[in-house]
Design a protein around this ligand. Structure first.
Ligand code: 26W
Length: 841
């Protein structure tokens, strides 16, 4: 299965050297895992790869040489795994995702290969502090948020669980924008993450796939007189694969992440160049390379841009072509394809893969439509990651017909046959037919990608129990009725390697001391900590770990952004993308309420439990309201942090450019995890899991995976507030008047009025008027309705936090009971409920 590497996998089966030559049989020898061996390998890379002597080397040279050295140690496993996967020919997973939020690679690769200590000592021997080199690495921000990070956690678990699998995606030249704040407002900077080169990637131009676009279709009679269709494309680009290692944890396995980069088919037109029209000469080139130029920074509202559809088709067609050409043996009987692969669709972004596989099977491989459709329906599964109707992608038939004319034809035929079956089952129920049609008519004729994925997928899953239930009952009820047994649930998870072992080494060693090391690959073993929660000495040690993580975070934020965490403060943390449904505004109203109460003298500052509120959030550049909220958070911070009346009691920090690397520092230091979305809106959340596993208590609604966290950790160890999903529905149905809450709740009114007064905008009422009026007259996500319940819950938090020992006990119980939220368990559920892939021998 897997596609590896250096010298073999990317060459089509026919052209591989093959194991005839005696040397080809010899196993690849890894360098000796000793300090001397490592030093030798490192200096070799520094001198021969980086081409610099140690004495003249910069930390960038040293970092690149170090990365090269770690690669060398992992290479033998990688190559070995690929030949093993190829030999076994067992069923594997192709994970198709438009996003992978990988985070820094160095430490994870050192951890997986047990090289951390050897590397640290070896570099010290060369007079180098490995910590300095760690800071050189730029994280590949090839994703927006939850969906992208989940993909990264999943490929880590797939490798650690030895599942034959390949992650396929796009090698964006520019990842998620770098966020800076100018006068408290978000300003985006391009993310030139490749500027210093990318030591973890292996380009394979020889395995490039040609990807076509545009043009028209025509029908013709083949040699047997059978009428067939074919696509006559107008233009092409080359998809060049870059392989990235995905090492398993301590199992000697290395899977592959294969990311595609677009290059022009024909570099540049010499004829036009010689005619002096230089720009025209390279136009095709730039046009082509635009396809993998930049990640779309939206994480909820698709813009329906043509380039986005080009990106989706580009990586999907390359991945399917690569699998059929380079992974399957010559002459493979494609009717057996479902025994060899399952393509997991990470949301609707890769769903164009369905008509692409049909096109290849029918048009190129000459398989009959029905046989091809039977194969296709067994080769795909679809995971939905949202509940927001506006986040479900639709593509206009105009755009799709222009860019991918043959695919639109195929989608029409899939839909016709599907609606025939619906009509057979439900009779001429026109309303239902129209409701289920893959082709939507309003506001314009379009293809509903979630419907196409549901019709074609063997399985459809949501990412938390409540989400999967709402998918079946509210978002796709007709499909659940029509396809009994197709809908399932796989609750998200996070990798304990990065988010406990690497991010929180002190906690990891405390756990290992108590339970042994097995928990890192069997997280349910954390349950063993329940007993230790009752042990005062263990509680003290846990509290010391948390305190140390806070000190560590404080020095990171001081150095990174020049901001100071309040000493001895409770750290109340809300880090996630900025979106109104996630309700950062509820958090702001809590802060302003506390501040207003002290300012007005209603509450003595000394009676407040000292808190530092930490925000981290990027807003999609075109999402105006989200940008207003970012501005307000910074403005409130400006005022609160400089007001002597609350000095030492309240602090608001908003470090810019929240990303995986900052998450790894903030989460282990947190006391309180804010998971306060309106019930029924957050599909799952994964930050909530990371906080619980790092001993933070959650204040949250019964939304997404919060429901499962609360069930497992227990009501005493979770601060629940707000309406449940059915209550939200009921209030909506009854008619929601946000102003009623403003009028009836004096605390709320005073907080809103303070914002409206311009107190946080130099007296200029207009600055935050859009936010205030939106809350008063729209408030789609019912911030005002859940305000009082939230404030009461926060009072319960203050009370609980006053008793540090009980708080620690509760925090330890959160860790002990959150083993379920390992991405290894999620992968196990996918294998059992969706993929049915055998573990690799
Ligand atoms: C086209 C615009 C677009 C881009 C990304 C629409 C939707 C998305 C993603 C589906 C948004 C996303 O990241 N969803 C998050 O996925 C996580 C992983 O399953 C969940 O934990 C979060 O609840 C969900 O918001």
């Amino acid at each position: 299965m897997g596609v590896s590497e250096e010298n073999s996998a990317s060459v089509s089966p026919a052209h591989r050297l093959g194991a005839t030559h005696p040397l080809a049989l010899a196993p690849v020898i890894s360098p000796p895992a000793t300090v001397d061996g490592f030093v030798r390998q490192f200096l070799q890379n520094l001198n021969f790869d980086q081409g610099v002597a140690l004495s003249d080397s910069s930390s960038t040279d040293q970092y690149l040489a170090l990365a090269g050295t770690v690669r060398d140690y992992l290479m033998a496993r990688w190559l070995d795994d690929q030949s093993r996967q190829r030999a076994q020919q067992s069923k594997g997973v192709c994970y198709l995702s438009a996003e992978y939020l990988l985070g820094r690679q160095l430490d994870n690769n050192l951890l997986a290969s047990r090289l951390t200590d050897i590397a640290t000592e070896s570099l010290a021997k060369c007079g180098i502090d490995i910590d300095v080199l760690r800071q050189v690495e730029v994280e590949p921000g090839l994703g927006n948020g939850g969906l992208g990070r989940l993909a990264a956690c999943f490929i880590d678990s797939l490798a650690t669980m030895s599942v034959p699998s390949t992650g396929y995606g796009i090698r964006y030249e520019y990842g998620i924008f770098r966020q800076t704040f100018i006068d408290g407002q978000q300003v985006e900077q391009p993310d030139a993450w490749l500027a210093l080169g990318s030591p973890w990637e292996f380009p394979h131009p020889e395995a490039a796939q040609q990807i076509s676009f545009g043009g028209h279709t025509e029908t013709y009679d083949d040699e047997d007189g059978v009428t067939r269709s074919r696509w006559i494309p107008a233009w092409h680009v080359q998809a060049v694969p870059y392989n990235y290692m995905v090492p398993g944890y301590h199992n000697g396995r290395v899977n592959t992440l294969r990311l595609w980069s677009a290059v022009a088919s024909d570099a540049f037109d010499l004829r036009i160049f010689n005619s002096g029209d230089y720009e025209e000469a390279v136009r095709a080139q730039t046009f082509a390379e635009n396809i993998s130029k930049v990640l779309y920074p939206e994480d909820s509202t698709p813009q329906g841009k043509e380039l986005r559809l080009q990106q989706q088709y580009f990586f999907v067609a390359a991945s399917i072509g690569d699998f059929l050409d380079n992974v399957l043996p010559e002459g493979f009987d494609l009717s057996k394809l479902p025994d060899r692969v399952i393509f997991q669709l990470n949301d609707t972004h890769p769903v164009i893969a369905v008509p692409e596989l049909m096109r290849v099977l029918v048009d190129e491989r000459g398989i009959e439509w029905d046989a091809a459709w039977a194969i296709t329906q067994q080769c795909f599964a679809y995971t939905c990651h949202t509940l927001l109707p506006e986040a479900l992608e639709v593509w206009s038939v105009d755009l799709l017909g222009r860019l991918l004319p043959r695919h639109l034809e195929i989608i029409y035929r899939i839909n016709d046959e599907f609606l025939l079956a619906v009509r057979e089952r439900f009779g001429d129920d026109e309303l239902r037919i129209r409701a289920m049609s893959i082709i939507g008519e309003h506001p314009y004729r379009s293809v509903r990608m979630a419907y196409l994925a549901t019709v074609a997928g063997a399985k459809v899953n949501g990412v938390a129990e409540l989400h999967s239930q709402l998918l079946r009952e509210k978002v796709l009820p007709d499909f659940d009725e029509f396809f009994p047994g197709k809908f399932t649930n796989v609750t998200n998870g996070v990798t304990p390697r990065r988010f406990i072992r690497l991010a929180n080494p002190d906690l990891a060693s405390l756990i290992t001391e108590a339970l042994g090391a097995g928990w890192t690959v069997d997280l349910e073993r954390l349950r063993g900590l329940e007993a230790f929660a009752a042990d005062p000495e263990f509680r003290e040690r846990f509290a010391a770990v948390k305190a140390h993580n806070k000190v560590r975070l404080a020095s990171v934020l001081r150095e990174r952004d020049g901001i100071e965490v309040g000493d001895g403060h409770m750290l109340d943390v809300m880090v996630k993308r900025l979106h109104e449904y996630k309700r950062q505004m509820l958090k702001v109203l809590h802060i302003v309420t506390q501040y207003e109460q002290v300012r007005s003298g209603e509450v003595a500052a000394s009676d407040i439990i000292p808190r530092t509120f930490i925000f981290g959030a990027k807003a999609a550049p075109g999402y105006t309201m989200a940008k207003h909220i970012i501005h307000l958070v910074n403005a409130v911070g400006e005022v609160v942090n400089s007001d002597p009346v609350v000095e030492g009691r309240l602090k608001v920090l908003f470090p810019p450019n929240y990303n995986v690397t900052l998450a790894e520092r903030v989460i282990p230091a947190a006391d309180l995890s804010e998971q306060i979305s309106l019930a029924g809106k957050e599909a799952s959340g994964t930050g909530n899991m990371k906080f619980a596993l790092n001993g933070a208590l959650t204040i949250g609604t019964d939304d997404g995976a919060n429901v499962e966290i609360r069930k497992l950790v227990g009501d005493d160890n979770f601060f629940l507030f707000g309406m449940s999903e059915p209550e939200v529905e009921a209030l909506w149905a009854k008619g929601y008047q946000p102003t009623e809450y403003y009028q009836s709740d004096e605390r709320l009114r005073r907080a809103m009025d303070l914002i409206a007064s311009g107190a946080f905008s130099g007296g200029d009422r207009s600055v935050f008027e859009p936010i205030v009026s939106n809350l008063l007259y729209d408030d789609r996500f019912m911030v005002l309705a859940d305000y009082s319940s939230y404030i009461e819950a926060q009072a319960r938090v203050d009370e609980a936090y006053a008793d540090q020992d009980t708080w620690s006990r509760s925090a330890i119980l959160n860790i002990a009971r959150s083993g379920f939220f390992s991405s290894d368990r999620s992968i196990r559920d996918y294998i059992e409920r969706v993929w049915h892939t055998p573990p690799m021998l």
